[in-house]
Design a protein. Structure first.
Length: 51
């Protein structure tokens, strides 16, 4: 995680701390899990009416 934070900091020029990166990853994972649970609960309608 520290190496990833250092890489992002070097590439973007913005000082990113490891804790900030951990929080961002946690919220992103939580959003993904909620989205997957909703998709599995209500199902995905990929019929022609969707498009």
């Amino acid at each position: 995680m520290a190496a990833l934070a250092k890489l992002v900091s070097n590439l973007s020029g913005v000082n990113i701390e490891v804790e900030t990166l951990k929080e961002l990853a946690s919220f992103s994972a939580l959003g993904l899990i909620i989205s997957l649970v909703c998709a599995l609960t209500y199902g995905l309608d990929l019929s022609s009416g969707l498009f």
